[in-house]
Design a protein around this ligand. Structure first.
Ligand code: SF4
Ligand code: SF4
Length: 416
């Protein structure tokens, strides 16, 4: 392929960036799929505009600082990828570009403090739990804080749920049909530990033995998506060792983690761990994909009537192409009516985006909550902890009486 960028000049991921840039034919089909273009209406806040900006920087025609605000405002939601008829690998370009820029980037003090808090707390459940408890006290002075810190506190729940401890192995119920290892995650174990419990309950009810590596840690996806490559590699390398290889799948119930783990080959590109990381990535499956392929055992026929809206998490629908399996599982619950949202744009959560770009995130969160309310659903379900927190926050702000559940939680209820 003809490169317009010298790939060798930009490290092991240079070729991935050059390929993505050269595949873009500037047709603009991606514009309507882009949430920031929809909110801001600026060409440079669209996928096409950002590709042009990154190309110009990589070719040495534009200072990185001039492009930075537009690249920072990108959610990394990947809404543009399935919309692109030319198959531009925008995610590979964005993640690699952010990693490259992070090596030399200077930030204003408040941005540095926010980022430091993110990278030092989110991937570590004990630190995050302690920070969340402190943050609840900080809510008292939220109005006096800078926007980013105020947004961070605003997303914290008033009460943290009690931790859930899962043992190293949970046997299948009935005849064993498969054996999997479960990524329990970092933020999710603190904010919503019931999601992992529900995942175990549904898997074991369907004849799946679940292994929980006790020394596992954060998968590194959040760090990878914000350009903190070395931190991401360290975290991911730990899990490459911690997870067994003799399982049928490595299961995740968080879309952001799943998409990040599927990119391990790119994360470790050019390193001694590239082959092991690529193999690990091939074993990763979202829990809904795994269960839909396995086939659900029958659940009790007597179920309450439920009107359920399904929100496509970007890192599940766009980054992993997973849209049908969760819907198929939900449709298998007796007496459930599944309704679709008009708004399929990102909810504004996008990893740490709602902390780093709170105004755009809030606008998108409000639009998403409004579209959920318009379906008259009793509950909305989704497959990502980040969306979960964002949607719950914005539904509460609009005083909507709509429950927010992870897809697997609703399935677990249906089996009770
Ligand atoms: S749709 Fe694809 S090829 Fe067209 S402008 Fe967008 S990224 Fe470029
Ligand atoms: S990743 Fe999302 S926000 Fe970024 S350019 Fe693509 S559609 Fe727009």
């Amino acid at each position: 392929m003809q490169h317009t960028i010298n790939p060798e000049a930009h490290g092991p991921r240079g070729a991935a960036m050059a390929d993505a840039v050269s595949a873009c034919v500037h047709c603009g089909f991606c514009l309507s799929a882009c949430p920031t273009y929809s909110v801001l209406g600026e060409e440079m806040d669209s996928p096409r505009g950002r590709i042009y900006l990154m190309k110009s920087v990589l070719e040495g025609d534009l200072a990185a600082t001039d492009a930075q605000p537009y690249i920072d405002r990108c959610l990394g939601c990947m809404g543009c990828e399935p919309a692109c008829p030319s198959g531009v690998a925008y995610g590979d370009l964005l993640t690699s570009y952010r990693a490259l820029q992070e090596e030399t980037r200077q930030r204003p003090l408040i941005d540095s403090v926010t980022r430091r808090m993110i990278v030092e707390t989110l991937p570590y459940p004990k630190r995050f739990r302690a920070a969340a408890k402190l943050g609840r006290l900080g809510k008292l002075m939220q109005a006096a804080l800078p926007d980013q810190l105020g947004a961070m506190l605003g997303l914290l729940p008033d009460q943290l749920p009690a931790p859930v401890h899962l043992p190293a192995k949970i046997p299948a119920k009935g005849q064993r049909r498969a054996r999997v290892a479960l990524l329990t995650g970092c933020v999710q174990t603190v904010l919503a530990p019931q999601i992992n419990q529900a995942t175990v309950d549904v898997l074991t009810a369907n004849g799946v033995e679940v292994v929980i590596p006790q020394n596992q840690g954060c998968c590194g996806s959040i760090m990878s998506h914000i350009g903190e490559t070395q931190r991401a590699q360290r975290l991911a390398a730990h899990n490459l060792q911690a997870f067994p290889t003799d399982v049928d799948a490595i299961i995740t119930n968080a879309a952001g983690c799943g998409s990040g783990m599927h990119e391990y080959g790119l994360l470790f590109k050019g390193t001694a761990q590239e082959a092991a990381a690529t193999h690990f990535a091939q074993q990763v499956q979202d829990v809904t994909v795994f269960l839909a392929a396995l086939g659900l055992r029958a659940m009790p026929a007597t179920q309450p009537a439920r009107r359920v809206a399904y929100h496509d998490a970007c890192h599940l629908a766009h980054a992993q192409g997973v849209t049908d399996p969760p819907r198929a599982l939900l449709n298998s619950i007796p007496n459930l009516t599944l309704v679709e949202l008009d708004n399929d744009l990102c909810c504004g959560s996008a990893g740490t985006y709602n902390l780093e770009q709170p105004e755009i995130a809030a606008e998108l969160g409000q639009r998403k909550a409004q579209s959920i309310i318009e379906t008259n659903a009793d509950m909305v379900v989704m497959g990502n902890i980040g969306c979960f927190t964002q949607v719950e926050t914005h539904l509460a702000r609009l005083q909507a009486d709509v429950s927010v559940l992870h897809t697997i939680e609703l399935l677990a209820r249906a089996y009770q």
